[in-house]
Design a binder for this molecule. Structure first.
Ligand code: ZN
Length: 100
């Protein structure tokens, strides 16, 4: 049922693949990154935000429990959140820096 190429549902995760993650952010400047954090609600960023640059914040972004979920469209990240973190409800922070 899932359409792998549908931008409304497609999400990507580059766990342990910093080069792939950098490439995706650079080639999707209009995309979004959901920064999953331990013990805090996930925070939504624009792909171009320096807060989700692993070179700038390696400790925070590679911490235990930290994940970065990439998508072209915000609804894909909301769907991911509802699917992967159902206990978290629809709780989501927006980055005050990049204003996604
Ligand atoms: Zn941001």
């Amino acid at each position: 049922m899932a359409e792998p190429a549908d931008p409304f549902t497609e999400t990507l995760e580059f766990d342990g693949d910093d080069a792939g993650y950098d490439w995706w952010r650079n080639s999707h400047p209009d995309g979004f990154v959901l920064a999953v954090r331990a013990r805090k609600p996930p925070m939504l960023h624009r792909a171009s935000c320096s807060d989700v640059d692993r070179d700038v914040h390696p400790k925070r972004l590679k911490a235990r429990g930290a994940r970065q979920i990439c998508a072209d469209m915000k609804p894909a990240l909301r769907a991911w959140l509802a699917r992967e973190m159902p206990g978290n409800g629809k709780l989501l922070d927006r980055c005050p820096k990049c204003g996604p």
